[in-house]
Design a protein around this ligand. Sequence first.
Ligand SMILES: [Zn+2]
Ligand SMILES: [Zn+2]
Length: 655
Amino acid sequence: MMKKTRLSFSSLKIDEKDKKENKIPVHNTPHGYIKGPARQSAGGEYKKKITKSSTYQYTQKRFGKSSSSRPFGGKNQYKISSGKIPPPDKGVIRIIPLGGVEEIGKNMTAIEIGDDIILIDAGMHFSNELTPGVDYVIPNTTYLEERKDKIRALFITHGHLDHIGGVPLVLSRIGNPPVYSRNLSMLMMKKRQAEFPHLPALKENLVEKDSVVTCGKIKVRFFGVTHTIPDSMGVIIETEHGWIVNPGDYKLDQVDGVVSKEEEKEYSIFDKAKILLLMTDSTNIENEGFSLPEIKVHQGLENLIKKIPGRIIIAAFSSHITRLAHIVKVAEALGKKIAIDGRSMKTNIEVAIEAGFFAPKKGTIIPLEETNNYPPNKIVVLMTGAQGEEFAALNRAANKSNAKFSLHKGDTIILSASIVPGNELAVVKMRDGLSRQGVRVISYRTAGEDFVHATGHGNQEDVRWLHLKTHPKFFIPIHGNHYRLVLHKELAMELGMSEENIIVPDNGSIIEISADGKKMTMRKEQAPSGAMLVDGTSISDTQDVVIRDRQMLSQDGMFVIIALLDQKTGKLKKSPDLISRGFVYLKENQELLRQVRIIIKNGVENFTTKIPVSSHGGKVVDLDIIKANLGESISKFLYQKTAKRPLVIPVILSV
Ligand SMILES: [Zn+2]
Ligand SMILES: [Zn+2]
């Protein structure tokens, strides 16, 4: 996902030095740029000379309370307590999807039985246009924070970020319970945890797909599933009324609909078991047939690596470790060298080697800058950036900003990934850059037998197979937007499940299985589910004023007024400075600015000249009132003149 360029608000902070000198170095230039650092007061004891500025906008309608958009679901914001929700009654099994429904990403499910809560996955998703500038989003943990003493364990199905990305911050908020996963997922979590050195270490518990563990009174077992990352597993929770099954992300290892023996064996544990509830992935519920098996992609890539004469550059998801390992093995067998470009690609390959998934010979992997020392047909480069991400390796190669690597005519680029919805434009732009350099591009859409990409999620037939194999009594579709969950529900009903046995949840829905496992219902209360936005080192929600400001700025820009008030006379010392960013081009709007200056001057002076001079020889002026009046009148005026609602920031300095 592309990171948007940020408008630096940190530069709007006055520092101690400037405070002492009482110097506010703000300059207005005709084109609206600030020369030198723009500053605003830090308020507090400094109020006498300058007031803290606040912002005004003509109307709050679009972003205020009336907004009906629920970007991440959940009317509740994360600060709202869930303390009033009573614990589940005896014999009741409570299931709460805390993330991953109403969306694809930040998967997390809580299961509460008696005094025990166990969790499955703690993912993240990247920010989007609704959360400008935010680093990423994690599930709401309020319900868990208020029941920390009941939390026994977090189980991780596999090492993708939508399942592990929230782990460090989630764990730190819920009392750091023990974490259970298979080896590779644990290594990936440890890499991520290392980015948060101030947080307590992971309480690691390695399990294998045939392990059985007991957490509190709950017995949990696992089974292996096929996905694009090794060590993926499903989780089974044993209850007195049968098993709760969550396979995590999966597709079937099959060719032409014939499921492999290994896969059949993994799932055979369900043959005689009583399955109370299935909760499973809805990502590809719209896709007909079976998912293309990964083996076809391996064959396709192998064919291409054999027959392409020049250098080969393969851009893939760095998380598709199974595929990357296969590419390295094939290239090595053909006597080719591998270079790696992109931080996440390097990290993941290191982790996979550490976990023992493949062991390239010494010298097979070479530094990127040495690729030119070998003949073109001896080089395969693995890169990040198949989605056209602005700063990823392939895009830097496409726009010639990659210092260590440049493309040559005759190179072949293989885009071994589908385009994630929303990234289409970025990919088009990148492909333009690539084709200007005379390279050939093979994508998953290129016709032919050599497949270069397959999804990691099951299509309709994989999903059907799983339902039939697990024959559950109840079903909760997860991992998908609402409409996908509904399609998944329809598929389950097609297979004969009755509607009252299926619940399509929202994030925070509290679902209970009661009456000796005979009934599944949704409580009227909801666990808090507002998205928790991770922004630098802070966590906030979508209603946060910072995020709202960013949304406004991204729509209509900002308009800063700086006026210098003479406290003795109550008059402005000079014509006010005006700064605009992302609003209108000041140079071409001189008339508008002239009128704004008049409004400011009149607005301020009409107010201040009426104030009598005090015994100290100056006027006691409440700058906050002036600012509020100015903010309102200017934002209204700008809206009338331009039909735009910039964020207006009045700053009044009194001397
Ligand atoms: Zn996954
Ligand atoms: Zn996933």
